[in-house]
Design a protein around this ligand. Structure first.
Ligand code: NIG
Ligand code: FE
Length: 416
């Protein structure tokens, strides 16, 4: 076997396995190896197993990384973020803390529109430098691949600038970025009262351009009462699919309007939020193989009841967990708090949480074939934990226990 990096003396290696989302009770099926070794060749994993069975290395001697008995898990995949934006909305946080509902702020012209104003004023360089800082913080928490949405420009220039910022960011720092066009995040001022006309504009003008320039893999929509209703969402998503995009949805977050059912009907890759989704719609998602992405930091920040991840898993859905980092409803990229909330308030087991943050996150962005688990042939995106077991993940509530981040076979971050 050839290797460029040998990670040895891993006290406990824990990983889901496979190249597609794990659903239902399969989410618990984490493989655990004690005293493990990982051999990396270039950017990919060459071999994983117990030290006693490690094959001999041929050719040039590899770099050695002694894990000193620490646990190893796959790099986290944050499959839902809005990481490029201008400005902040700290005032709104305090209004919400005092009891003003999120949608009331939105209807008064605050909320997303507020970030749209600031983002339209942000230059490409502003977006790249603030984005790079956020990505560095995410990397420190063990995020090795992130999905990032546009949606704070709504006009052509700013949406494209957000997507271009992500394209540049992907080349100047280690975290891989999967870009999503979220022009259907809100109806812009220019189209106030005419969501249908705005949808026509996106379909006729924006989608072809973004597709042609390969600026986004996914299209997403905020399918919500008073934003984009079901009929407009269906029309937009069908057009996006026909233009060659894969689909995501912000579905049934604030009100139950059947977004989860639409995601199933259109076989979206994922439907996200789902706080108010009906059981029938969730069953339809399970049947259609749509990943259910739960965003507990948003429910926490909005003081809404958490998505019913327990029922989702018990009914056979594949659940992913992500942060939803954005300047409004959830200004946090805390994977540690996400894990703790999932354990304490969504009644997910630690094995389910690990799968939801890795392999199922990868599936939610269409990348479970090459990442999301520690297996030969997959990208060498690996975390070492400052703990003897993966079971410390949610237990050390809200704290970062990631000590070393290996991204594509190279140590990308290490804590002293
Ligand atoms: O995922 N719900 C819609 N979009 C974001 C929030 C956007 C914002 O408030 O800026 C979300 O929660
Ligand atoms: Fe979101």
């Amino acid at each position: 076997m050839k290797a460029t990096l040998l990670v040895r003396n891993i006290g406990e290696l824990a990983t889901p396995t496979g190249t597609s989302a794990r659903a239902g009770s399969d989410m618990r099926g984490v493989s655990v190896i004690h005293d493990a070794v990982i051999a990396v060749d270039g950017e990919t994993i060459a071999w994983v197993g117990p030290a006693t069975e490690a094959p001999a290395i041929e050719g040039a001697p590899p770099k050695i990384l002694d894990a000193g008995g620490q646990a190893a898990i796959p790099g986290f995949i944050d499959s839902h973020t809005h990481l490029v934006f201008g400005g902040y909305r700290e005032d709104e946080f305090y209004w919400r803390a005092a009891g003003v509902p999120y949608m009331e702020i939105h209807e008064r012209g605050g909320g997303i529109a507020n970030s749209v104003r600031a983002t339209r004023e942000a230059s490409l360089d502003d977006m790249i430098s603030s984005g790079a800082k956020r990505l560095q913080r995410m990397l420190e928490l063990g995020v090795t691949t992130v999905e990032g949405k546009s949606g704070y420009g709504l006009d052509l220039d700013t949406e494209i600038r957000q997507l271009e910022a992500m394209r540049t960011l992907a080349t100047v720092q280690p975290v891989d970025i999967v870009p999503t066009y979220l022009g259907a995040h809100s109806v812009p001022e220019e189209y106030k009262g005419s969501p249908g006309d705005y949808i026509d504009y996106m379909i006729d003008t924006v989608l072809p351009l973004i597709r042609q320039r390969k600026l986004a893999t996914f299209c997403d929509i905020f399918c919500e009462r008073g934003v984009f209703e079901i009929e407009d969402s269906r029309r937009f998503l069908i057009a996006a699919r026909e233009a060659g995009f894969r689909l995501k949805m912000h579905a049934d977050e604030i009100e139950r309007i059947g977004g989860a059912g639409l995601a199933a009907e259109l076989r979206a890759t994922s439907a996200d939020h789902l706080l108010k989704a009906s059981i029938d719609d969730l069953d339809a998602m399970a049947e259609a193989g749509v990943v259910a992405t739960c965003l507990p930091l948003t429910a926490f920040s909005l003081r809404e009841p958490y998505a019913n991840a327990r029922a989702m898993i018990d009914r056979g859905l594949a659940v992913a967990l992500a942060t939803d980092l954005n300047p409004g409803s959830c200004y946090s990229h805390s994977i540690p708090l996400t894990a703790a909330l999932a354990a304490l308030y969504m009644r997910m087991s630690i094995e389910e949480i690990l799968t939801a943050l890795t392999l199922n996150g990868a599936a939610a962005i269409g990348l479970a074939n090459d990442r999301g688990s520690i297996e030969p042939g997959k990208l060498a995106d690996i975390l070492l934990l400052d703990a003897p077991s993966y079971r410390h993940l949610a237990y050390h509530v809200g704290m970062n226990i990631v000590s070393t981040v290996i991204k594509r076979g190279t140590v990308a971050n290490a804590r002293p």
